[in-house]
Design a protein around this ligand. Structure first.
Ligand code: PXP
Length: 241
């Protein structure tokens, strides 16, 4: 079964809108897990726009499943990761002006930095994933860093329709097959929702999908436990078809 990682950054975004102590993303961890989440994802950004350092430490204590910390390859955040020791770190590009992570990490352009970050985290016993576009050249370069997991950026697939979307799905399938051949564990994420996730989870041997916006958005209406549970049912029933 494809696993579901739930990104709870948006809970912290709502809290930071008032800079008070609610809603607390720590509460979201338990509800997401009760709904069937296989893992919890948070992104500690350099500008601390949503998740705060305190959240990372508390969520590491509270999560019963797995904690995936998304982060840029910057020393300050690497130090936090080495101290907290999440189960996995996902290396992502980060720009202060972006609304969300806009593209995959360019491992070819930033090879030395990415490779040294993978080494530091791996030596501390943390599994490392790299968030990249579905591009075989990027996958080959990611392989050279020693990372064991890649997360394929599904943003372009999510933003397109019709024939264009079919092409993007094909790119994702080709990239996933290439990465699996190289021995990577392959995940996918960004822009996935209750409809477009169906074709993604059918990608052979996909390990996990990471989903935030659509689940937290739906949780406003149905509650977080139910929103996660609905996503889990879609994933599981799609795979049984
Ligand atoms: N995967 C990565 C690496 C991300 O940066 C994000 C967004 O924080 C997601 C998955 C989840 O994307 P979305 O919120 O669009 O579901």
């Amino acid at each position: 079964m494809v696993k579901l990682g739930v990104n709870i950054d948006h809970v912290a975004t709502v809290r930071q809108a008032r800079r008070i102590n609610e809603p607390d993303p720590v509460y979201a961890v338990t509800l997401a897990e009760l709904g069937g989440a296989d893992g919890i994802t948070i992104h500690l950004r350099e500008d601390r726009r949503h998740i705060q350092d305190r959240d990372v430490y508390l969520i590491k204590e509270v999560a019963k499943t797995r904690l995936n910390l998304e982060m840029a390859c910057v020393n300050e955040i690497i130090e936090v990761a080495l101290d907290v020791k999440p189960d996995m770190c996902t290396l992502v590009p980060e720009k202060r002006e972006e609304v969300t992570t806009e593209g995959g990490l360019d491992v070819i352009q930033n090879f030395d930095l990415v490779a040294s970050t993978v080494k530091r985290l791996s030596e501390a016993g943390i599994e490392v994933s790299i968030f990249i576009d579905p591009d075989t050249k990027q996958i080959d370069k990611a392989f050279e860093t020693g990372a064991k997991v890649i997360e394929l950026h599904t943003g372009r697939y999510a933003d397109t329709k019709g024939e264009e979307q079919k092409m993007e799905l094909k790119r994702l399938k080709v990239a996933a097959a290439h990465a699996i051949d190289k021995g990577f564990k392959v995940s996918a994420g960004h822009g996935l929702n209750y409809i477009n996730v169906r074709d993604i989870v059918k990608i052979p041997m996909l390990y996990e999908v990471n989903i935030g916006h659509s689940i937290i958005g739906r949780s406003i209406f149905v509650g977080l436990k139910e929103a996660v549970s609905q996503m889990k049912s879609i994933i599981n029933s799609t795979l049984k078809c």
